[in-house]
Design a protein around this ligand. Structure first.
Ligand SMILES: Nc1ncnc2c1ncn2[C@@H]1O[C@H](COP(=O)(O)OP(=O)(O)OP(=O)(O)O)[C@@H](O)[C@H]1O
Length: 610
């Protein structure tokens, strides 16, 4: 079957599982004392649980056979004590293991989150949000199951089984052998079950992953579905996916429905054989009645861990699949990294930008680090030999047809991606020689779709940077022309913005992003101009005014989709299919009657005609 984007949960071999367990062990290792304590409690519990059947045997063969009511009491006391102790041991073990599981989950989640934060944009281009959230939630939860069910508990089952087997052999090896008669059949059934479930679980997981991916896309794209009346098609597709999932689930249920009654059947058969042969042995005087009763109880006890081992195996399987996916994220190296010996920008930073023969493609795999994998004429280059210098304080607009490479050029300046050839410098220093944090302190951007976080308006402007005072927040909002709308909101600067800024308009979000940029006061500002004309003329005028204030006296690169934006800048860079084809002021370029002139006629002149 062809690999689909959803099939990222393939199950690999046992050696691979062992490697995953070792890597998980690294996360558990800091809590080894607790794990050791839980293991000790588990051993204690397994030993204590052996006592009740033995005490029953003592009671039957001793005081009951001798018709001595007083002799039963101490045995009853011991029996109760054993049950209580077993309860205590089990409680302690379960609690401690759960505690370790929860702590390890916090550690793993934090690791994944901080790793994801270091990733460059290229990583997010490849990994949709839904998938990353699944790594942090469901997959981490599956690992918790592995820790709570898989480590101490699995060992506990094996130890319990071993203890019971040894006790039975010591008490009466003949009866023990009769009890064990069914064990090979049980082992065989378990191993067949495990083999079948491996495949079944894989299908269940793949199909639920497909449903999740589909839902994710459909819910975020619901607007388009509704606009184009695609509800029916989406519903049919969803029903198909749900049916596939149901089929896989039913297969799993069927397997379980066969396995558990089968194990029960085997255990009851073992019991019946024990009763028959054990009864004969009692009559022949080889065993006592009490011994037979104890053996029936031990045999019953022995089948419990056997049943659980099969279930635990399944938990283990899904934990391994999750671990694999989590490690795949953790193993993705950051592609944009800080240099080992970063340089510092000269102080004060002026903000002069130079692009020297810059070649860039998103296809890093094909191109290789220095772009040698692609010829100069390859279509995959997004920027081809772009060179220009923007002196400090100059405002520049980048224009070009859609897909010409404008956004890419601006993203490179903030080093969201690394270039393959050439250099980009800020005040004469290659931006790859700077720490990213230092670069971004001086180079800031206003994104096309400005992001807002849940929290107050003020916290959205200062982004929790306490060095920016309330006064600075207000001043920034005033300069950005955001103050009038903020002051009209209930609560003003304390107005609660909802997730993703859904209770603000597009224009308001843009003004807020401007205010944020001003509050951080970078020397270089990148503005990804809003392409849609979704704002009214009044807001549009406000935004233009804000933009003018923002870029005034500051090195700025604005991606201009509107003529009004172009009017504010000193200079225009014209991109055509990744090449810088023209460079000059609006009037100069118009006079040239070249590509900009044509673009202007097509794109901007309409605005003039209005
Ligand atoms: N994240 C990405 N991964 C792969 N290819 C990309 C990515 N972003 C853009 N591209 C490709 O790079 C080329 C240039 O895109 P870019 O977004 O820079 O163009 P643009 O000039 O800003 O266009 P627009 O005016 O439509 O925003 C396009 O061919 C696009 O398909």
């Amino acid at each position: 079957m062809a690999r689909t984007p959803f099939d990222d949960d393939e199950i690999l071999g046992k050696a691979y599982d062992a490697a995953l367990v070792r890597r998980l062990g690294v996360f558990i290792a800091p809590y080894w004392r607790r794990v050791a304590l839980a293991t000790a409690l588990m051993f204690g519990g397994a030993a204590v649980e052996l006592a009740p059947p033995f005490l029953v045997k003592q009671a039957i063969d001793g005081p009951i056979a001798a018709r001595d009511p007083a002799g039963i009491l101490p045995l009853f006391g011991l029996y109760a004590a054993a049950l209580l102790a077993a309860f205590g041991f089990r409680y302690g073990q379960t609690y401690i293991v759960q505690l370790v599981g929860q702590q390890v989950m916090v550690d793993i989640r934090t690791r994944i989150f901080s790793h994801i934060q270091r990733m460059s944009l290229a990583f997010f281009d490849r990994n949709p949000v839904g998938r990353l959230i699944t790594r942090l939630t469901n997959d981490v939860d599956a690992l918790n199951e592995f820790i709570t069910q898989g480590t101490v508990a699995l060992l506990g089952d094996l130890v319990r089984l071993l203890f019971i087997v040894i006790t039975m052999l010591l008490l009466n090896w003949r009866l023990a052998l009769i009890s064990f008669i069914m064990f090979p059949a049980v082992m065989l059934a378990s191993s067949i079950f495990q083999r079948i479930m491996r495949g079944v679980y894989r299908r269940v997981r793949q199909r639920i992953a497909r449903i999740n991916a589909f839902l994710n896309e459909q819910i975020s794209g619901i607007l388009v579905t509704q606009l184009f009346n695609r509800e029916e098609q989406s519903r049919i597709r969803f029903a198909e996916l749900s049916r596939d999932y149901l089929a896989a689930q039913l297969e799993s249920n069927r397997t379980f429905a066969i396995f558990f009654p089968l194990i029960n059947f085997l255990s009851v058969t073992a019991m019946a054989l024990l009763l028959y042969f054990g009864g004969q042995a009692v009559l022949a005087g080889i065993a006592t009645l009490g011994m037979l009763v104890a053996f029936i109880q031990y045999t019953d006890q022995a089948f419990q861990p056997i049943r659980q081992i099969a279930e635990r195996y399944n938990t283990f399987q899904s934990a391994m699949a999750s671990a694999e996916r989590i490690f795949r994220v953790l193993d993705t190296p950051a592609t944009v990294v800080d240099p080992a010996h970063p340089r510092s920008l000269p102080s004060p930073v002026r903000g002069e930008i130079t692009f020297k023969n810059v070649w860039f493609t998103y296809d890093t795999e094909a191109a290789g680090p220095d772009g040698a994998g692609l010829t100069d004429s390859d279509d995959r280059w997004v920027l081809r030999g772009v060179s220009f210098t923007i002196p400090a304080g100059q405002a520049v607009a980048v224009v070009g047809a859609t897909g010409a490479g404008k956004t890419s050029l601006v993203s490179l300046m903030a080093r969201f991606y690394d270039i393959q050839r050439g250099s980009i410098t800020l005040d004469g220093i290659d931006i790859r020689e700077l720490r990213q944090a230092e670069l971004r302190r001086h180079v800031s951007a206003v994104p096309q779709d400005p992001v807002c976080f849940s929290g107050s308006i003020a916290s959205n402007i200062r982004l929790h940077d306490d060095s920016i005072s309330d006064e600075q927040v207000r001043r920034a909002a005033e300069i950005a022309r955001a103050a009038p709308f903020i002051e009209r909101l209930p609560g003003g600067y304390e107005y609660e913005v909802r997730e993703r800024g859904s209770n603000l308009s597009v224009g308001q979000r843009q003004l807020l992003a401007f205010a944020r940029a001003i509050a951080f006061n970078p020397e270089v500002l990148l503005i990804l101009d809003e392409a849609t004309s979704s704002v009214d003329t009044e807001t549009e005028a406000l935004m233009q005014e804000a933009l003018e204030r923002l870029i005034h006296g500051r090195t700025s690169i604005v991606i201009a989709h509107r003529l009004s934006t172009i009017r504010h800048v000193d200079r225009i860079l014209v991109l055509y299919k990744g090449r810088l084809v023209e460079d000059g002021s609006h009037d100069e370029l118009l006079a040239k009657r070249g590509y900009y002139y044509r673009l202007y006629q097509l794109q901007f002149a309409e605005e003039v005609r209005g």
